[in-house]
Design a binder for this molecule. Structure first.
Ligand code: HEC
Ligand code: HEC
Length: 351
């Protein structure tokens, strides 16, 4: 009896321990699934590069309190306007600029294939998405770049020549009038002279160091490459009317005199809006990541263009205008990448 019982007992023990192991495994897997649904952050299974961890700060805090934020008027109400058709055409041109005015534009061929909306999200209506809320209320205004009073038509043509690296629209063209009509409609509730909360671009707090293109490339490879591609050229639409994902550098991108070529504009735009889907309420990049990715993208090739009449008074140049001469002592290199705090202080003293 003993001789037969021993192997039998061993078999029972083996089966029992297998059962225990299996239920343990089920328990662990169940717990992991529970955790991932309950929103707890699990450690990534993939090895992260060492430097990447330094910049990979989780971000979840809203950049601004949503109460009091500017909101675009209800689009459905546009039909009550006497010039509803003009306003609608203006919005259409801003959303689908390339189709009308790009390299194969059906109205004119005067720009590089970008849409205004690529940088002025949802036709310029998104809080901190480079919106047009202050366009009607603050123009005409004297700007340091031109040294003259600019009206809204001049400002629009500024983006055509720089951000869309192209030509200008005649002031009295149907297209220019439509864009202006749309911006006036958007800003109808903003009192003259005022800039509403959430207008334009978020100001990312300044770093104590220079923005770093090498760290920026790591951010790019992790957070941007899926859409804007490794070569930065994005994804063109098959029908040639523009981009699904716009290019970030190279010959089809904005030129070196465009707003986004300034580090603070790029970092601020991206911080509140990229990777696509991020918002000021749900930003996805840390401040360092935003500055560093700006440094990476803006250190790669893009069109150059001379505007000899820019900045007639050099003391009006912003801290991050990367072309001298300057009224202060800092180098072009520091004006491009920072650290910006000392420059900002010097500029404040000059005033
Ligand atoms: C590559 C990005 C980009 C594209 C494309 C672009 N813009 Fe801009 N635009 C900017 C930036 C950056 C600013 C400056 C924002 C700031 O400094 O706060 C700006 C500012 C403006 C302003 C001034 C807003 C204000 O409140 O002062 C207007 C108006 C404007 N753009 C119109 C246009 C129009 C119209 C188009 C299309 C023809 C266009 N932009 C395309 C990046 C772009
Ligand atoms: C999921 C896709 C996606 C990801 C990821 C993404 N973007 Fe974008 N990006 C877009 C789209 C789409 C637009 C144009 C938005 C529109 O037209 O509504 C855009 C526009 C832009 C623009 C302005 C237009 C231009 O071509 O200059 C910049 C700058 C930009 N993205 C930077 C970044 C950076 C930096 C990252 C990484 C931190 C990033 N994006 C990640 C999809 C993406």
């Amino acid at each position: 009896m003993k001789e037969i019982g021993k192997p039998f007992l061993q078999l029972i023990t083996l089966v029992l321990s297998l059962l225990v192991l299996a239920s343990l495994l089920v328990g662990v897997i169940g717990f992991v699934i529970y955790l991932s649904y309950s929103g707890v952050n699990l450690p990534a299974f993939k090895e992260q590069p060492v430097v990447a961890q330094v910049v990979n700060t989780p971000v979840s805090k809203a950049l601004m309190d949503p109460s009091g934020m500017w909101q675009a008027p209800d689009w459905a109400s546009v039909d009550t306007e006497p010039n509803a058709d003009e306003i609608k055409y203006g919005r259409e041109l801003i959303a689908n600029t390339s189709e009308y005015l790009g390299p194969n534009g059906k109205v004119k061929k005067i720009s590089n294939g970008l849409n205004c909306q690529n940088c002025h999200l949802q036709a310029g209506t998104v809080p901190l998405g480079n919106n047009y809320s202050a366009a009607a209320s603050t123009y005409p205004k004297v700007r340091g770049r031109s040294g003259t009073s600019e009206d809204i038509e001049m400002r629009i043509n500024g983006c055509f020549q720089r951000s869309l690296n192209g030509g200008v629209l005649p002031r009295d063209s149907k297209e220019m009038k439509a864009m202006v009509a749309y911006m006036n409609w958007l800003g109808q509730d903003v009192p003259k002279g005022e800039k509403p909360v959430g207008a334009g671009i978020y100001e990312v707090p300044l770093l104590d160091r220079a923005a770093d293109p090498v760290k920026g490339k790591l951010v790019y490879d992790r957070q941007c490459v899926a859409c804007h591609m490794a070569d930065g050229q994005g994804l063109a639409k098959a029908d040639g009317t523009g981009y699904t994902y716009p290019p970030l550098w190279g010959e089809h991108s904005y030129n070196q005199k465009a707003g986004l070529f300034r580090m603070s504009r790029f970092a601020g735009y991206v911080k509140a809006n990229m990777p696509f889907g991020a918002t000021y309420e749900n930003p996805m990049l840390s401040d360092e990541e935003a500055w560093d990715v700006a440094a990476y993208v803006n250190s790669l090739d893009r069109p150059t263009r001379d505007f000899p009449n820019d900045w007639p008074d050099i003391s009006k140049k912003p801290m991050d205008h990367p072309f001298g001469p300057y009224a202060d002592e800092f180098s072009e290199e520091q004006h491009k990448f920072g650290p910006f705090k000392p420059i900002k202080e010097a500029i404040a003293k000059l005033k």
